[in-house]
Design a protein around this ligand. Structure first.
Ligand code: ADP
Length: 540
């Protein structure tokens, strides 16, 4: 073997923040503060504070490899944690602030977080469990509302610590294989499991996000990550924006449609990223209170399927290009995006929309295959459904402190996503369902996702979720839970509408109207809750 003679340059995140300071010192990070006013500072200011923060961590006794929790909205402080914690050689463990107390306690104790940074607006969510957090030696709070008493042990104010810290710091992240981030899955299908990212994996993922085939963020972009920083590292946007010098707009706690519309319009946002629930809400807000948001060149949507009808509405009514993306916490998280390619250019409008509604093309760096129940590889013909398996440099090879199991990882080195998909001849993937959500009716599979998307495209339906309910004859049958736009559910209409797209046996056996579909901590339809409501007799 002859080795190459190139430099051994560790792919560590300090290079990203150094690059931002050198190349884009005057570009801005903006945050909507809890009171609705805007805070902004430059990447040069940010850089100094990141170094201070790394010093603060050392003064608190944080050592290389220690886990440091963050319990915060998307804001400039949280962006500092994204770099200052890994810069000090520690692991930035983003905590999902919507988790129930028992899961939050479990995750913090499982990760053994030594320090936790807490957004003062979120104190009531963490104070009640503080005495159960065995490993935590310090809490550091910021944004504490005036007059609010802090009931946490060993607590310091972030700004007091920062005021005393030096701006000189020698980065401790010297090896690209060091862990830099820890993120637990949101538990949509089971107890949360931790994906432990390395500097190398996050650095390469950042290049992935920056590719045009993926999100293609450029310096001139103004990027609004609505997706929380605790949801799979805000899909990698904070690192990508910093590296390329894009303007970042952080929404703080303001995730309601009205302030989002305002931020997009006033800051002239070009890329906004969030789950379909957020964009569904924004669309209805804009119907009632029109505002021009055509400054957006990419409305990135992922986390669950974006209904085709909503993509169409954004494009036709609001002049906004939608980029549908698929990812998972275990993939850092980006896996695919659905951008039209050269061979799609001659398609008609409706066919182009069909492509955009797919989960898309695997970005370079992500290898994919589909397999059947016994692990045999299946063809990419756009019809054959199989379990999606992936591998690549930013994909988890095992879970943090969980023994490697065959239901998660194959013997030949692939990660089992648990998604059931088809892939067409040109490599475009469509998610049919999650293995656990498919309706298995009389030996046939019914896709709950396809039914939901079709129902949500009906003008009288605002939201819909389909779950499998036990059935003696067929084993399982679909039940549709719907939220109508104006109270009325025309069942016959809906059935006729579905029959235009699906065989008769796909029709839901029942429609149940509820005022709102329960959502998971990251805004997905919570089918675990719906199934529980059904089995307790509370859905009819
Ligand atoms: P959790 O596993 O707890 O839901 P993740 O955010 O990691 O947390 O979820 C990853 C899963 O979300 C994927 O396996 C897939 O089922 C679903 N998902 C992500 N993006 C999309 C999308 N664009 N369309 C449909 N499903 C998606």
């Amino acid at each position: 073997m002859l080795n190459g003679l190139m430099m051994d340059y560790p792919l560590t995140l300090d290079h990203i923040v150094e690059h931002a300071n050198r190349m884009s010192p005057n570009k801005k990070v903006k945050t909507m503060l809890p009171d609705g006013s805007m805070h902004d500072y430059t990447y040069a200011d940010f850089y100094k504070r990141v170094k201070k923060l790394s010093n603060v961590l050392e003064s608190l006794g944080v050592e290389v490899g220690d886990r440091v929790g963050t319990f915060a909205w998307n804001n400039y402080q949280h962006l500092e944690f994204y770099f200052g914690i890994p810069g000090a050689g520690a692991v930035c463990h983003t905590l999902n602030l919507r988790l129930p107390h028992d899961q939050l306690t479990y995750i913090i104790n499982h990760a053994k977080d030594k320090v936790i940074f807490v957004d003062g607006t979120l104190l009531p969510l963490i104070e009640p469990i503080a005495d159960q957090l065995e490993s935590v030696q310090h809490f550091v709070v910021f944004n504490v509302p005036e007059g609010k008493e802090v009931n946490l042990p060993n607590v310091s104010q972030y700004e007091d610590l920062m005021a005393e810290a030096s701006e000189d710091y020698t980065w401790r992240c010297t090896d690209e294989n060091m862990a830099m981030g820890l993120c637990y899955t949101s538990g949509t299908t089971g107890m949360p499991k931790g994906a432990l990212y390395s500097h190398r994996s996050m650095f390469l993922h950042t290049f992935g996000v920056l590719m045009n085939a993926a999100l293609g963020v450029i310096e001139a972009d103004v990027v609004l990550p609505v997706v929380p920083q605790f949801h799979a590292m805000a899909w990698g946007l904070p690192y990508a924006c910093t590296f390329i010098g894009a303007t970042i707009v952080m929404p703080g706690p303001h995730l309601k449609p009205e302030p989002l519309a305002k931020m997009i319009g006033e800051e002239r946002v070009t890329i906004a990223a969030g789950v379909p629930t957020i964009w569904n809400g924004l669309y209805h807000e804009l119907k009632n209170n029109p505002r021009d948001i055509s400054c957006i060149t990419q409305l990135v949507v992922g986390g669950s399927a974006m209904p085709r009808g909503l993509i169409e509405a954004y494009e036709k009514e609001l002049g906004v290009n939608v980029v549908h993306a698929w990812g998972m916490t275990e993939l850092s998280p980006l896996g695919s995006t659905s951008k039209l390619q050269s061979h799609h250019q001659d398609l008609g409008e409706s066919e182009k929309l069909d492509i955009k509604a797919k989960q898309g093309y695997f970005i370079p760096g992500v290898d994919a295959r589909i397999v059947d129940l016994v692990g045999e590889e299946l063809p990419w013909d756009g019809e054959t459904m199989g379990e999606l398996q992936v591998r690549g440099p930013w994909i988890a090879g095992s879970y943090y402190k969980v023994e490697k199991r065959p239901e998660h990882f194959t013997d030949d080195g692939w990660f089992r996503t648990g998604d059931v998909v088809t892939i067409d001849e040109s490599g475009f993937m469509t998610i049919t369902d999650r293995t656990k959500d498919l309706v298995k009716s009389g030996g046939e599979w019914i896709s709950s996702v396809d039914l939901e998307n079709a129902l949500m495209s009906h003008p009288k339906i605002r939201e819909a979720a389909v779950i499998a309910v036990p059935n003696e004859q067929w084993s399982e049958r679909p039940l549709a839970v719907v939220v109508p736009v104006d109270g009325e559910v025309p069942e016959d209409d809906l059935n006729d509408y579905l029959l235009e797209q699906f065989p008769k046996f796909w029709l839901p056996d029942e429609y149940v109207v509820i005022p709102e579909i329960p959502k998971t901590s990251v805004g997905k339809l919570d089918k675990k809750v719906l199934r529980a409501m059904h089995s307790e007799g509370n859905l009819s």
